[in-house]
Design a protein around this ligand. Structure first.
Ligand SMILES: NC(=O)c1ccc[n+]([C@@H]2O[C@H](COP(=O)([O-])OP(=O)(O)OC[C@H]3O[C@@H](n4cnc5c(N)ncnc54)[C@H](OP(=O)(O)O)[C@@H]3O)[C@@H](O)[C@H]2O)c1
Length: 296
């Protein structure tokens, strides 16, 4: 992990201009929530080409013109090839092209972290990373990431030790990564970035058993387990006089396996509120109680 973070809280921006992913998004909310996050001290922004097919990057590019670029860490991702029906393409030629296009949309000279968003089935993963390393040497990107790679693909990509970050689905209630992957990441100095840290809002405590339909990614057993675990989060949150969202984000920030946590916000109020979790520090007992409550 080659970058220094002031704290472990970043912002996920798939709801910033992500019209292709979410219904009824208001673009002005996207502008406002990025500003709100930066103003509240969240200075890492996680975006991707596929969030609005470039629109999220463009909005972020507009907003950062009013801020000190050197104080902001921008992570973006690419792999979906518009010339091939948006299928994943990890070829060196395509990756170089997509980085150049992201730079233009973000209106910046460099990207702090560039992730290969999804693996394709055929490209040599090491060749893909070596192509990104050339861009790193040229100063166009500062760190190399992979996302949604299987453990074998990650190891292939990192054969020469050049992967800096790994972003995957992982949450308090979805702990598959904890097996051998975390040990490998630690040994190789690769920062882990979990996505869906709030289980798309379910871990905030705003939803309950009656909202089962909204969370079709989760099977019944997992959904019930999360609803039960919320009681423990509630107790910890009350002890700190904060919300469940703050308590759950404090757990990720205290977790030594996690390099950065990137909850997504829908509007400026949520973004401002997320920043409050930076100051929540769990005791060891609280950390363990939350940890146990959500283990399968
Ligand atoms: N690499 C990848 O393939 C990949 C895949 C998915 C996501 N990601 C990244 O990970 C980020 C996080 O994922 P996500 O946004 O989908 O899910 P998430 O972080 O698990 O949940 C975000 C949701 O939590 C709720 N929320 C946020 N702030 C809140 C607050 N202060 N108080 C109460 N509720 C709050 C909102 O729910 P409501 O909308 O219901 O209000 C929001 O939409 C994305 O933005 C994206 O950058 C990456």
């Amino acid at each position: 992990m080659t970058l220094e973070f002031t704290h472990k809280l970043g912002l996920g921006t798939n709801k910033v201009g992500g019209h292709n992913l979410f219904k009824d998004l208001d673009e002005q909310d996207g502008y406002d929530l990025v500003r709100a996050a930066l103003d509240a001290g969240i200075n890492v922004l996680d975006t991707a080409f596929v969030y609005g097919l470039g629109r999220s990057e463009e909005i972020i590019g507009d907003v950062i013109q009013d801020y000190d670029r050197s104080k902001i860490i921008i992570a973006t991702k690419g792999a979906q090839n518009p010339d091939n029906d948006y299928k994943s393409d990890n070829s060196p030629e395509f990756l170089v092209k997509t980085v150049e296009e992201s730079l233009k949309r973000l209106k910046t000279d460099y990207i702090d972290i560039f992730y290969i968003h999804f693996p394709d089935e055929t490209s040599d993963k090491l060749a893909a990373v070596e192509a990104l390393d050339k861009l790193k040497q040229a100063g166009k990107i500062r760190a190399i990431g992979v996302s949604n790679f299987s453990f074998d693909q990650l190891k292939e990509a990192n054969a020469t030790g050049k992967v800096d970050f790994d972003e995957d689905y992982y949450s308090l209630a979805h702990r598959d990564e904890e097996q051998e992957r975390f040990a490998y990441l630690r040994e190789n100095g690769i920062g882990f970035v979990p996505y869906f840290p709030l289980e798309s809002g379910l871990l905030t405590g705003r939803y309950g058993a009656a909202d089962r339909d909204k969370f079709d990614r989760l099977d019944d057993a997992k959904f019930d387990q999360i609803i039960k675990g919320l009681d423990v989060l509630k107790q910890v949150a009350e002890a700190h006089d904060v919300t469940l969202t703050h308590a759950v984000l404090a757990w990720y920030m205290a977790n030594p396996n996690i390099g950065l946590v990137i909850p997504g916000a829908r509007n400026a109020e949520q973004a401002t509120d997320l920043a409050k979790s930076i100051d929540v520090h769990l005791t060891e007992d609280e950390y363990k109680a939350i940890d146990e409550a959500f283990k399968a």
